[in-house]
Design a protein around this ligand. Sequence first.
Ligand code: HEC
Length: 112
Amino acid sequence: MRARPHSTCTGLRNCLTAVLAAVSVVTGSSIHAADFFNGEKLYQKYCQSCHGINGQGVIGGAPNFARGQALMKPDFNLYETIDRGKNAMPAFRGVFKEEEYYDVITYIRSFY
Ligand code: HEC
C-alpha cells in the first residue's frame, strides 16, 4: 500500500510549510538562526572579562579561542560547558535563553 500525501502537502510551497511546521513541533522551538550580534553583546557582558576582547584568554587556564583552542568540538559540547561551567569557568545555567547559547557560541567561533 502506498502512503498517500498529507492533505496539507500539495505543491512545493505547501509541502515546505508543512515540513517546517512539523520540525518546529518536534524541536519545540521555531526555526532559529543564531544571532551573531546578540552573541557579541552577551560575550561582552558575561565572557570578555576572562576570555578577552579578541578571545585570546586573559585569565590563567582560559583557552585561546583566537587559536582555535577548545573550538574543535561540536556546539553541543560548548553548550554543556557554558551551561554547567568547568573548573574556573562559572555555569551560566539560568542566565541564557536556549537560543542565546548558540548566539554566543557563534560569536566565539568567529575569533578563529
Ligand atoms: C571567571 C572567568 C570566566 C568567565 C566569566 C567565562 N569563562 Fe569560559 N572559561 C574559563 C576558563 C578558566 C576556561 C577553561 C576551563 C578548563 O578547561 O579548565 C573556560 C573555558 C571555556 C570554553 C571551552 C570549553 C571546553 O569545552 O573546553 C568555552 C567554550 C567558554 N569558556 C565559553 C565561555 C562563554 C561563552 C562565557 C560567557 C558566557 C564564558 N566562557 C565565561 C573562564 C571563564
